[in-house]
Write a protein that binds this ligand. Structure first.
Ligand SMILES: [Zn+2]
Ligand SMILES: [Zn+2]
Ligand SMILES: [Zn+2]
Ligand SMILES: [Zn+2]
Length: 299
């Protein structure tokens, strides 16, 4: 293990320790006194709070072996009561001193590189981070178990490059969905299109699923961003043929909500399969739907 590498990880993955007064221009560490020894000692404390096994910050109960090596409670369950550093029996000794020291630290949110500038007491940091609005988004591409997470710009690039998603500029659209076997409806995800509109991005989903006993299709719009912003937009969808028409007006949902959650809440244009096949005309064995839509900003 190289301590140099460890230090580098600490500074990259976790923003520096801060407190109330001026930042040091070189290290970006803020301490109550600007004396060098104070700065380096906060660094040391920070390193001490990193679990030597998993490299994550430790939270109570922080454990130690009888020789003083510390370990997080998650890792404790994995080491079979044997200290990973000195191999002595681990036991159940808590490191209360370190727990207390942690309590006195104020740390920036770990999503600082993505734009969050909030600072939290050590023990409230985690709570904030799981709901921080700057936390990366999960890939909105449904139907594959894609594990990519990113900010909006990188997510759009990822959808384009890695999922070959169609990108459209403009706030109106006219989309044709063609499927040769419309009877495969078991939660099939067929289409995702991204629209660039008002400088923001929206995903249009089209999926088949079973609503109770009835096979249906659903189409809905998701906003690539936070729900608070999604609420500023509205959209409409329209599908029809042979003098009949179904329309839907809704509010796009944030991609923080998974497409399954939205589908299961039926927050979109729902087209019963029989009607969809009627709209498709022909021999009703093939699905040919034209979905017309518009996105607008609420004043
Ligand atoms: Zn650990
Ligand atoms: Zn030990
Ligand atoms: Zn944050
Ligand atoms: Zn993806």
């Amino acid at each position: 293990m190289t301590r140099g590498g460890v230090c580098k990880d600490v500074t990259e993955s976790h923003p520096k320790i801060v407190s109330t007064s001026k930042p040091d221009p070189k290290t970006n560490i803020i301490t109550k006194t600007t004396e060098n020894h104070t700065i380096s000692s906060t660094h040391v404390v920070y390193e001490l709070l990193e679990c030597p096994m998993c490299r994550k910050l430790m939270y109570p109960p922080i454990l130690q072996c009888r020789n003083g090596h510390t370990l997080c409670s998650n890792c404790k369950s994995k080491v079979h009561n044997c200290c990973p550093m000195c191999h002595c029996e681990l036991g159940n000794i808590r490191c209360l001193a370190l727990e207390k020291v942690a309590e006195s630290l104020d740390l920036p949110c770990r999503h600082k590189p993505l734009g969050c500038h909030e600072i939290f007491p050590y023990y409230s940091k985690l709570n904030h981070e799981v709901k921080c609005r700057f936390r990366p988004y999960n890939c909105p591409y449904a139907g594959s178990k894609c594990s990519v997470t990113a900010d909006v710009a990188n997510l759009v690039t990822h959808l384009k490059n890695d999922h070959n998603v169609d990108m459209h500029d403009g706030c109106t659209f006219n989309h044709r969905y063609v499927k040769s076997n419309p009877h495969e409806v078991e939660n099939a995800t067929w289409m995702l299109t991204v629209f660039n509109c008002y400088g923001r991005q929206f995903c249009l989903h089209f999926e088949a699923f079973q609503l109770g006993m009835a096979p249906v299709y659903i189409s809905f719009l998701r906003f690539i961003g936070e729900d608070s912003e999604a609420k500023n937009f509205s959209y409409s969808l329209e599908v029809g043929g042979y003098g009949r028409k179904l329309t839907w007006q809704g509010v796009p949902r944030s991609i923080r909500d998974s497409h399954q959650v939205i589908r299961d809440s039926q927050d979109g244009l729902i087209i019963p399969r029989k009607l969809a096949l009627f709209f498709s005309g022909g021999n009703r064995k093939e699905l040919k739907l034209r979905v017309i839509g518009r996105i607008w900003k609420e004043q």
